[in-house]
Write a protein that binds this ligand. Structure first.
Ligand code: SR1
Ligand code: MG
Length: 420
């Protein structure tokens, strides 16, 4: 593709002509572009995604649009998010090898990333709705969160590199603004683009009239805007994970930003909790309990893996400016107390983010299919109410809730309650 071509959104018809001269593409799927089969498969909120099938192999072409796909061209969004996605993917591939799709080609001006076709992988959210199991899911996700959090932070990076990278990612400002507004602020008042399920009003009113809740959420927003602990995925929900029965990959880090280490893991756990609460809308009695228990076991596995891998990296890869070995081990002093302190603040930040994400997916603009696909509105509202009320407790008590077992216990309690 010529670098001087003006940006143009691709279509299945124009894509072969635009990509046919790229060696990185033709070496994989063949140079007879007239034989390629191109299908647009994007079902996310922002971008175009094409599957390009050649005779022997396939690949994915992802292209940013200059606006929010979910809303239309009345909401412009910069193409630079594609640059930040590519930059984040490159760092994730180094920090947790094998966790993200391989990149074959990137073009900044065209906002195009050509990457590995994950097949037969399916979006995790779809699997959770369908009641399917994935071996090793919690381990892969826990390791990903621990490795990217630790290796992107001042615990690991050289301070010059960390500061330079933090400055670079401050440029992803419009994507951060989406999170600041849609996740941290708009759920808590009647913002223009908000919507919620009919019948949910009493619980919505409870949340929106709770001043201490709004205060605590804004304290979490302070952390989001000012705590640049590590490079995060930034949008780690179950739509950003693809799995087979035995393999898990993480995709779509266009919201990459430097923020609190608990952000990704909090959002991830939140999406499993929403999958958990929505299950009665998708399963019959005979499979419901077993599957809900499995979801809770995955949450446990994610967090215990996170703690053990983060601790392992703390003990073996702590080369940055924070808690240096020169100050602890070299003086004959243990750094385990300091490690526990760091893990405690990650945990409480994660719980705060978890509760807030549980709110925004029900109250703000971008909902999730776990609840949206429940066609019986009365059932949907009752399940969403449980989810909202647990989210509130997580935010308010994030400094008191001790561990992941307490989250499992709380989830079971709310799952048995009526809040409408
Ligand atoms: C307008 S974008 C809405 C949501 O879609 C993305 O996937 C992010 O989750 C964002 O908050
Ligand atoms: Mg996405």
């Amino acid at each position: 593709m010529k670098d001087d071509l003006e940006y143009e959104p691709l279509t299945p018809e124009t894509l072969p002509g635009r990509l046919k001269n790229l060696e990185s593409v033709t070496s994989l799927i063949g140079n007879k572009s007239e034989e390629w089969k191109v299908t647009e498969v994007g079902d996310g909120n922002l971008n175009l995604v094409f599957v390009v099938e050649g005779k022997q192999a396939s690949l994915i072409v992802k292209q940013a649009l200059p606006y929010v796909r979910l809303v239309g061209d009345s909401w412009p969004l910069p193409l630079s998010r594609s640059f930040f996605e590519h930059e984040t993917l490159c760092r994730q591939a180094i920090r947790d090898p094998g966790s993200v799709p391989q990149i074959y080609y990137f073009n900044k001006k065209q906002a195009i990333i050509v990457m590995e076709m994950l097949s037969p992988h399916v979006i995790l959210r779809k699997k959770l709705i369908a009641g399917e199991y994935v071996n090793g899911l919690g381990k892969t996700l826990g390791n990903f969160c621990a490795r990217t959090a630790f290796r992107g932070s001042d615990l690991s990076l050289a301070t010059n590199d960390k500061k330079k990278d933090t400055a670079l990612f401050q440029g992803n400002v419009e994507l951060m603004a989406i999170t600041e507004n849609l996740i941290f602020t708009e759920p808590y008042f009647e913002a223009e683009m908000n919507h919620h399920t009919d019948g949910l009003e009493p619980v919505v009113k409870t949340l929106r009239s709770d001043v201490s809740l709004k205060q605590e959420v804004q304290h979490m927003l302070v952390k989001f805007t000012s705590n640049t602990e590590t490079l995060l995925h930034g949008d780690l929900h179950s739509g950003s994970v693809m799995c087979t029965d035995n393999e898990t990959k993480i995709i779509d880090p266009e919201f990459g930003f430097y923020g609190p280490m608990g952000f990704d893991i909090g959002m991830l756990i939140s999406n499993f909790l929403m999958a958990y609460f929505s299950q009665p809308g998708h399963r019959t009695e005979n499979t419901l309990e077993k599957y809900q228990n499995w979801i809770l076991s995955i949450i446990e596995e994610i967090y215990s893996t996170f703690i053990s891998e983060f601790s392992n990296l703390w003990r073996n890869e702590r080369h940055g400016i924070l808690f240096p070995k020169s100050l602890f081990e070299s003086q004959g002093h243990s750094s385990e107390g300091a490690l526990n302190g760091v893990l405690d603040h990650i945990w409480s930040d994660a719980l705060g983010v978890c509760g807030i994400e549980m709110h925004r997916r029900i109250l703000s603009l971008a909902h999730n299919a776990d609840f949206e696909e429940i066609s019986d509105l009365k059932t949907r509202a009752e399940l969403e109410a449980r989810n909202l009320m647990m989210g509130r407790q997580l935010i308010l008590e994030r400094n008191q809730i001790k561990d992941i077992q307490a989250i499992q216990t709380l989830a079971r309690k709310y799952n048995s309650e009526k809040h409408l």
